[in-house]
Structures are given as structure tokens and as C-alpha cells.
Design a protein around this ligand. Structure first.
Ligand SMILES: *[C@@H]1O[C@H](CO)[C@@H](O)[C@H](O)[C@H]1NC(C)=O
Ligand SMILES: *[C@@H]1O[C@H](CO)[C@@H](O)[C@H](O)[C@H]1NC(C)=O
Ligand SMILES: *[C@@H]1O[C@H](CO)[C@@H](O)[C@H](O)[C@H]1NC(C)=O
Ligand SMILES: *[C@@H]1O[C@H](CO)[C@@H](O)[C@H](O)[C@H]1NC(C)=O
Ligand SMILES: *[C@@H]1O[C@H](CO)[C@@H](O)[C@H](O)[C@H]1NC(C)=O
Length: 429
């Protein structure tokens, strides 16, 4: 009887609300309301059944990396069927992260369409805490903030800066509903997240992000220089220009320039097939990954495995499944097609990275060797904005907040703690 009643209840909740998320009990209203993650049990059972009956490819003994291995496939499948307990995962997310839903209504050109959002919000007990917006990317989610949030809100002593932390889900990711029509890219996300900070009473704030978070923060800092005081990006990508490539060919490039171009080219030529597909015809693969939870997990894990430091991070089946569920629950299409919108807004250009408007607020950048690009020279970084500080680490990868939280925390504290140079003295007025 229980599944039937649960289904009736969920359907009732869905029909009463203008905005909804497939398979999730959520309501959205014009001010922040606490949100407890609760996913339809029948959906979780159906997902497990699909994993149980998943069909595997016939594997070849290849010498080059073509995607996750046979062992990866069976390891994740067996764990999902035999051990994975969504109820426990859900409980631990709800216990660790205080989540909310709201609706924001930014005016973007002639449009003021309401945008429903899911977000994490932890306030620091410290009176001098700085509001910090943390933005995730693909194939991540709001869960990326998990390993730094407590240290940000509750630093060990007064000599370190404290932060009020807001970590939204980009619409179509996690539990922010997917946009209902095309056009929602990093520009709109920047408008939405700025409005969210205003709604929470944070007129001025700082931003931290990697991956799409690092893209959105540049648009946001450009559009709202009076609200975004300072930023720290662990994904500040500048596409090298013709003269950079010419100097490299002539043997005139510096070690930093050479490494940067080499890492970027390796990513573009050997590891970005998923990206080209998602920025051109995302629907093509959305059919497959919407239907196969294990296929979706392997699609995401293919990249996750390649951009972390293997001496630090070996993704567990539990993490791979939970990260993939942050897409699979509402359906992975919207998250995938965000690439298309990023390209439409100019930040991706064919196989290359595009251009993003100039950022005039003070910026620090952090670089990790296993990220898609490494050792971008400060002079090149400055083509994108007022980059003042460059932190180059010798270990860690793409998901710094999650993978090497101590390194990123140190960068965050040093940069935003330097109140004159980063501009955060504005919060002391
Ligand atoms: C759905 O959420 C509402 C509001 O948070 C709550 O009162 C209700 O019990 C939830 N329903 C289910 C089936 O979890
Ligand atoms: C996936 O395969 C790689 C290469 O064999 C291995 O290092 C890694 O631990 C595997 N991960 C999982 C979750 O099975
Ligand atoms: C799954 O986790 C929940 C919550 O911790 C627990 O009550 C339940 O017994 C677990 N289910 C199984 C099959 O272990
Ligand atoms: C809003 O602006 C867009 C682009 O500037 C334009 O294409 C569209 O027709 C406008 N819509 C309305 C309702 O004015
Ligand atoms: C504050 O904590 C940091 C990090 O644990 C430590 O390095 C620093 O020495 C501490 N400062 C004081 C004044 O206790």
C-alpha cells in the first residue's frame, strides 16, 4: 500500500505547484523555504532495477583510454544493486547540508521570467563573516561544497576570515528545475545567482567556483561589479591566440606557456568528445543516459576519472553513483545541454574556449596539475580581467573543493583574508 500512497502524495504535491522537479518532493515560492531532499521511492526502485538489468558493451583489450573499464562497469553495477542505499545517502545529505528552495525574478533584457532555485545556505556565527557564493560545474553539483563548508563558516580562530556560504544548483542540475525553454546559459545564471544573493540580504559578496562555476563567476563579476566584490576562480581559462601558438612553434614560449598549451591541447584533442557532443547535439545522447542510470554514471565517470590526481583521489562506487544521481533524478538532459548555452553565450567556441567579457574586480586564480589546463601565465590570465594573484599547486585536480579541500581553503583564506588587495575591506565598513 505504501508505494501507492506515496505516489498519490507526490502527484498531489506536483500538481499544486507551478514549478516542480521530476521524482522529487519540492515546492518553490517567492522567498527561501527549507528543503529536505526526498526522492520518490518507486523511482529509486525502478532505477535499481534498470541497473540490475543493464547491458554491458563487449570490451576490447585496448591500449589507449576509451572510457571506463569493464571492471569499473561491473564494480559500480554490483555496488549499486547490492549495497547502495539511497535512503542513507539522502539522510546524510540532509544532515550535512541545510538546503532551501526559492524563486528569483531577475530582469534580463525585456524578460523577468521567474527562476526556481535549490541552494545550500550556511551562516557563520561570526559577525564579520563575508558572504561567499560557491558555484559548481559539470559533472559536479552542490555536493562539491561539502568538504569545505564547515571550515568556511567555522574557521578555527579569529585570525582567519569566516564566510556565510551560499551554494546554488545551476538550473537543470541537482534540484533546481531545468529551464523550460532554451536560452538559459551562464549569463542568465549570473543574473539569477546575483538576485539570490540580494534576496538573502547579501548586497555585496565574493564568489568562488571551478568549471562552469568559474565561467559563471566571470559573467557575474562583469555584470555586477558593485555586488561582486572579489572572486577566486579555480577554472580561469584563456584561449591562446595565434601569436601565442606562433611563439610556441618558434621555440620562444616560456615553460609556463608551453605547459599551459600542452595541457589544454591534450584536453581538447583527447578528452573533450563529451563536450563537443553536449554543446552541439545534447539531445542525441540524452535519450540513452536518461534511460540508463548506469550508462549515465559511466558517461560522467569517464571525465571524473581523468581530471583528478590519482595519488589523492580514487572515486568510490558510492561517490560515482551519488554524483550521477544528482543528474539522473531530474533527468540529465538539461545539465548536459548547459554546454550548448555556454557556447551560445560565447564561452566555448567550437573545439576551443571562447571569450568572456572583461572582469574589473580583483581576482585570484588557483591551478591544479590534473585540471584540464595548468600553469596559465599571469600575463595571459590578465587578458580576461584584473587577475592579481596566481596560486599554482603541485597536486590536485579539477574538483579542488572536493578533492583537495585544504589547498583550496588555504587559497580562499589567504585571498579574501587579504582585505586591501582583494577588496574585502568593503565588508568591514
Ligand atoms: C513533501 O514535502 C512537504 C513539505 O516539505 C512535507 O510536508 C511532506 O510530508 C512531504 N511528502 C513526502 C511524501 O515526503
Ligand atoms: C576504474 O578502473 C581504473 C583502472 O583500472 C581503476 O584504477 C579504478 O579504481 C576503477 N574504479 C572503480 C570505481 O572501479
Ligand atoms: C538503508 O538506510 C536506512 C537509513 O539509514 C535504513 O533505515 C535502512 O535499514 C537501510 N536499508 C538497508 C537495506 O540496509
Ligand atoms: C525581447 O528581446 C529579444 C532580444 O532582444 C527579442 O528577440 C524579443 O522579441 C523581445 N520580446 C519581447 C516580448 O519584446
Ligand atoms: C589559526 O588557525 C590556523 C589554522 O589552524 C593556524 O595556522 C594559526 O596559527 C592560528 N592562529 C592563531 C592566532 O591561533
Amino acid at each position: 500500500m505504501l508505494p501507492f500512497y506515496t505516489a498519490v502524495l507526490f502527484n498531489l504535491v506536483w500538481t499544486l505547484n507551478a514549478f516542480s522537479i521530476p521524482n522529487v518532493n519540492a515546492t518553490f515560492s517567492k522567498s527561501p523555504k527549507p528543503f529536505v531532499l526526498r526522492v520518490n521511492k518507486d523511482f529509486i526502485d525502478d532505477t535499481r532495477q534498470r541497473v540490475l538489468t543493464a547491458r554491458s558493451p563487449i570490451f576490447l583489450e585496448t591500449t589507449t583510454y576509451e572510457g571506463p573499464s569493464r571492471d569499473n562497469f561491473t564494480h559500480v553495477q554490483e555496488y549499486w544493486v547490492q549495497e547502495y542505499n539511497w535512503t542513507r545517502v539522502e539522510e546524510s545529505i540532509n544532515k550535512q547540508l541545510q538546503q532551501f528552495t526559492t524563486i528569483v525574478e531577475p530582469t534580463i533584457g525585456n524578460d523577468t521570467s521567474p527562476i526556481p532555485l535549490h541552494f545550500v545556505h550556511h551562516r557563520s556565527p561570526r559577525e564579520d563573516a563575508i558572504p561567499l557564493l560557491f558555484i559548481h560545474g559539470w559533472p559536479g553539483s552542490f555536493l562539491e561544497v561539502s568538504n569545505i563548508i564547515d571550515e568556511l563558516t567555522h574557521p578555527p580562530n579569529k585570525s582567519l576570515p569566516a564566510f556565510h556560504v551560499v551554494a546554488p544548483s545551476i538550473p537543470g542540475f541537482g534540484f533546481s528545475p531545468a529551464p523550460e525553454r532554451p536560452g538559459f546559459g551562464p549569463v542568465r545564471a549570473a543574473h539569477a545567482f546575483n538576485k539570490l544573493m540580494q534576496q538573502l540580504g547579501y548586497v555585496r559578496y565574493v564568489v568562488q567556483g571551478g568549471d562552469f562555476g568559474g565561467v559563471i563567476l566571470r559573467f557575474q563579476a562583469h555584470l555586477f561589479p558593485n555586488n561582486v566584490v572579489s572572486a577566486l576562480s579555480n577554472f580561469w581559462i584563456i584561449q591562446p591566440d595565434q601569436s601565442d601558438f606562433r611563439r610556441l612553434a618558434q621555440g620562444l614560449a616560456t615553460p609556463d606557456e608551453t605547459t599551459y598549451i600542452a595541457t589544454l591541447e591534450t584536453y581538447i584533442n583527447q578528452a573533450s568528445g563529451y563536450r563537443i557532443l553536449q554543446q552541439t547535439q545534447p539531445l542525441t545522447s540524452a535519450f540513452a543516459v536518461s534511460d540508463s542510470p548506469l550508462g549515465n554514471a559511466m558517461w560522467m565517470y569517464a571525465l571524473m576519472a581523468e581530471v583528478v590526481d590519482p595519488t589523492i583521489k580514487n572515486w568510490t562506487p558510492e561517490e560515482i553513483i551519488t554524483w550521477s544521481m544528482m543528474y539522473y533524478i531530474q533527468g540529465p538532459y538539461a545539465g548536459m545541454r548547459f554546454y550548448r548555452e555556454v557556447a551560445n553565450d560565447g564561452a566555448l567556441d567550437g573545439v576551443d574556449f571562447g571569450t568572456i567579457p572583461w572582469v574589473k574586480i580583483p581576482v585570484a586564480i588557483s591551478q591544479f596539475p590534473y585540471d584540464v589546463a595548468y600553469r596559465l601565465p599571469l600575463e595571459w590570465a590578465r587578458r580576461g580581467g584584473n587577475v592579481i594573484k596566481r596560486n599554482v599547486h603541485d597536486h590536485g585536480g579539477h574538483f579542488a573543493a572536493y578533492e583537495v579541500p585544504d589547498l583550496l581553503l588555504r587559497d580562499i583564506r589567504e585571498w579574501f583574508g587579504d582585505r586591501v588587495v582583494s577588496g574585502t575591506k568593503a565588508f568591514l565598513d
